[in-house]
Write a protein of this length. Structure first.
Length: 298
């Protein structure tokens, strides 16, 4: 019997009905904080991206910022596999890094198959990554990415889903090395999901978020993790972002660009502490194909 990871957050973080969900995603692209227009999908695009950083709140809050990243991906061409990694918010009983190596993920827009060969290779390349359906079963940070990807590509891609409970520098480095080995020679997208500061006063949030974004843009995962630790920044996915930055850097990434930043306050317009959202793109070193191919926050 195949393993099916059901859409447990449909109706909360995003619309449950397929047509309403498609309309909601389209609205994220056309929102005043979004790119301003729907994505023009280029299936056989140049594949200049090693990776993306995207937020994971309810679509009404972070969807427009996420749409900037997915709009850029739409122009870049379809990856065969998306390695998707986010923080583990819900299951402290799971391993430090959990992976689902077989089965499908189901959303209101259909099913996406897990890339079993690549997932197995990643798991076997380091003892840090362990098989655990429990570790991904209820994780919203991963789930909210799937409808955006399906909106672009339908079921024409595969998935390797992981969550990080332990977000230390050592664990992030081990995961990043595994990703670099796994992505080399493949048409793969590395996708890290995080939200930035949580429920800080606006001026404090702006400062903390800028520190994080500066390290991301500099392809500086070590500095990011150090800043989050030493400055007590409430960024929930520093480990996943660091792992993807480390992998992309090993693969020869040339630069990382911040695409958009917003906060839940930009939606609510209430001046109250909120949650920060960022989207970013990580570009390949050669500028071409290279080797490979509703809640407000956590």
């Amino acid at each position: 019997m195949r393993t099916v990871r059901e859409a447990v957050w449909a109706g909360r973080f995003y619309e449950r009905q397929p047509e309403r969900l498609r309309a909601q995603i389209e609205a994220c692209f056309r929102h005043e904080l979004g790119p301003g227009e729907g994505p023009a999908v280029v299936v056989e695009g140049p594949r200049q991206l090693w990776g993306l950083v995207v937020p994971h709140a309810g679509y009404m809050f972070s969807g427009p910022t996420a749409a900037h990243a997915y709009g850029r991906l739409a122009q870049d061409g379809r990856p065969e596999t998306v390695i998707l990694i986010g923080p583990n918010h819900h299951e402290p009983r799971s391993p430090g890094v959990s992976i689902m190596s077989e089965g499908v993920w189901r959303t209101p827009l259909g099913e996406v198959a897990v890339d079993t060969d690549l997932a197995t290779a990643l798991r076997e390349s380091t003892d840090v990554i362990e098989e655990s359906f429990l570790g991904v079963q209820y994780e919203h940070s991963l789930e909210v990415q799937l409808p955006f990807l399906q909106f672009l590509y339908g079921e024409g891609f595969r998935l390797v889903p992981l969550t990080m409970l332990h977000q230390t520098a050592e664990v992030s480095a081990a995961v990043g090395q595994a990703f670099a080995r796994g992505a080399a020679g493949r048409n793969v997208l590395l996708l890290a999901t995080t939200d930035l500061s949580h429920h800080e006063p606006l001026e404090v949030a702006a400062r903390m978020d800028r520190v994080c974004m500066d390290h991301i843009a500099a392809l500086d995962p070590e500095g990011l993790l150090q800043a989050v630790r030493e400055q007590h920044i409430s960024m929930c996915g520093a480990g996943p972002v660091a792992a993807v930055l480390m992998a992309a850097r090993q693969l020869g990434a040339s630069r990382c660009e911040i695409l958009h930043y917003s906060t839940s306050g930009d939606i609510l317009r209430d001046g109250q502490p909120g949650v920060g959202y960022v989207s970013a793109q990580i570009l390949k070193g050669d500028g071409g194909r290279g080797e490979g191919g509703a809640t407000s926050g956590c």
